[in-house]
Design a protein around this ligand. Sequence first.
Ligand code: UT7
Length: 335
Amino acid sequence: MYRATIKGLGYYVPENIVTNDDLAKRMDTNDAWIQERTGIQERRHIKKGDGNSTSIMGVKAAKIALERAELTTKDIDMIVFATLSPDMYFPGGGVQIQDMLDMNTVPALDVRNQCSGFVYAISVADQYIKTGMYKNILVIGSENHSGGLDFSTRGRNVSVIFGDGAGAAVVSRSDDEDSGILSTHLHSEGKHKDELALQGPSTEHWVPEIIEENPQEDIPYYPYMNGQFVFKHAIVRFSEVIKEGLDANGLNVSDIDMLIPHQANLRISQFIQQKMKLSDDQVFNNIQKYGNTTAASIPIALTEAWEAGKIKKGDLVVLAAFGSGFTWGSVIIRW
Ligand code: UT7
């Protein structure tokens, strides 16, 4: 068995900053409510004509990660791409990235696990490296939420939370036995699939059908979230899956040098931090600046933490996510 390690990291967010006050001009909300309930101060939104899309942002993040890994696209054996907001219904965004990066005919796999997408994607990459099948895998999470949210008051509980952006990691075979990805732990519970979901357009909720059923109404293809229900499950599952990862490696909470939780809501991160008795230095949050960028949130946060010198060689780094599905998971890394 080989060991996989994260060799390079990068992120990209659109330049267009959208503050809470900006949103308050479009819907009945306010800065105080958003900050108090979520911790979010601003987020980035793609602006029409700025040249961005989900896959284009993914490419931008990937290029930075590749450069930092001191690798070129020729060295990459596979793309694993996580998103819930692809540019097209099909084919997946992975092949768009493969094309834009002009990468021979390497396989491109799309992961559809929403907020847990990056954790699932890292786990997939880890398995391919461990077995020796591939040496270098490009793992990307990217989201264009602003293209599909309801910015009227009706959608305010969802639309104030989410932002656009992308993050990427080069996952490579490592010769260093003392460092790298120690384990990944994944879960799902589909009975809660409707609590945070976008029903259509899809084969079950097709556009002509929806128009027929709702001739006087807007087509309801915006995300739905039962916020409090999701919140309650998130705080339980986050702690559980972090503990599961630590236990599997004979480690304790006190061994964690840096926890990068999926940036769902600052209150969720703070709750986990308190419950696990972690100090401010042991948890990294940047939701204040970017909102919840779903599959991109962990790689953006991981990159920022690394760039700020908060992750050093030998550190125990824990990634953890929870979201729609429900799906959740953790990754335990010795840096
Ligand atoms: O990343 C994927 C996983 N997602 C999550 O983990 C999200 C988990 N849930 C949450 O973060 C929180 O539940 C929310 C931030 C979404 C909502 O916060 P909450 O404290 O659970 O609020 P609520 O939904 O219970 O709504 C409280 C009130 C309601 O008004 P009434 O019925 O009390 O009059 C809402 O209509 O706040 C109202 N409200 C808003 N007011 C101003 C909902 N959204 C807004 C808004 N601005 N944007």
